[in-house]
Ligand binder design. Structure first.
Ligand SMILES: [Cu+2]
Length: 282
């Protein structure tokens, strides 16, 4: 293979790899952070991959007829170079990943809520249907929307405790607003997964796992169960719809007037008002 041809192949490979790293249009702040980190790591990984491959191919080609190979001699300068370069790369990867992992929309931890006790705890409590609220994390602002997601074999119940609304077919949230999803299960372990919005969290019986998102792009996205949970697992699908604020409010009002007589209790997070609605197979 001559040099021009080799150069052309190398260019093609670089082009394809760059095309693969082209960031996808993000639909939520979660997805945005994840894609951005992925792209950053690829920009580091691609040159390393190419460097290793080029050295490998060159070595095979250059020494293919060598019947008397010699061992590598000590080269202090080279050793220092690759040690320092590796350290810099690992530092970059560590810092980039840690920054994303520390973001509340990627990993919401109870530290922020419990660390701010007791004032924050008194002011805001998570709106969920079970009285002990084990594991549920309170939102950090009053304008946040809270939805409880109850997984069961084999379906979903999306409960809006503050509005007294529940939906078994569709999870609807407003765009550009902080949304807290309190996820739990009524039987075995399930998992909520909305790939397009970068959301994934286990649904575990007897406790809540809260995730936070801000969806930026109105539209309908596929929600899956991501934990094998029995013969109906593959049918555990639902639509997650992101609506502009006014449409979301209209949807909520329509659900309140249409679905149940208990729904008029606006602002009440009373669990007893919700339980009979949730138990009804809608
Ligand atoms: Cu499931």
């Amino acid at each position: 293979m001559n040099k021009t041809r080799l150069g052309r192949y190398a260019l093609l490979v670089v082009g394809l790899m760059l095309a693969a790293t082209e960031p996808v249009l993000a639909q939520s702040v979660n997805a945005d952070l994840i894609y951005e980190l992925n792209a950053k790591l690829l920009y580091v990984a691609i040159p390393i991959t190419l460097l290793v491959q080029v050295i490998l191919v060159y070595t095979v080609w250059r020494f293919k007829d060598n019947d008397d190979p010699q061992p590598t001699r000590e080269n202090r300068r080279l050793e220092i170079t690759w040690t320092v370069a590796t350290a810099i790369i690992l530092l970059f990867v560590g810092i980039a990943a840690y920054t994303v992992l520390g973001n509340p929309v990627i990993a919401l931890t109870p530290d922020s809520a419990e660390g701010a006790q007791p004032q924050a705890q008194q002011e805001l409590e998570p709106s969920v249907t079970h009285p002990n609220r084990s594991g549920a994390i309170a939102p950090d602002s009053r304008e946040a929307v809270e939805v409880e997601i109850d997984a069961f074999q084999w379906g979903w119940e999306f409960i809006y405790p503050e509005a007294g609304v529940n939906s078994s077919t569709e999870l609807v949230i407003p765009a550009n607003k902080p949304v807290y999803l309190h996820i739990t299960s009524r039987d075995v372990i399930h998992a909520v997964h909305v790939p397009a919005l970068g959301l994934k969290q286990d649904a575990i019986p007897g406790q809540y796992n809260t995730i936070k998102t801000i969806a930026t792009e109105p539209g309908t996205y596929q929600l899956y169960c991501a934990e094998f949970c029995g013969s109906g697992h593959s049918k555990m699908l639902a639509n997650m719809t992101v609506m502009p604020q006014d449409e979301y409010q209209a949807w909520l009002n329509q659900q309140q007037s249409g679905s149940s007589p208990n729904a008029s209790a606006n602002g009440s997070a009373n669990s007893s008002a919700i339980a009979p609605v949730a138990a009804n197979p809608a």
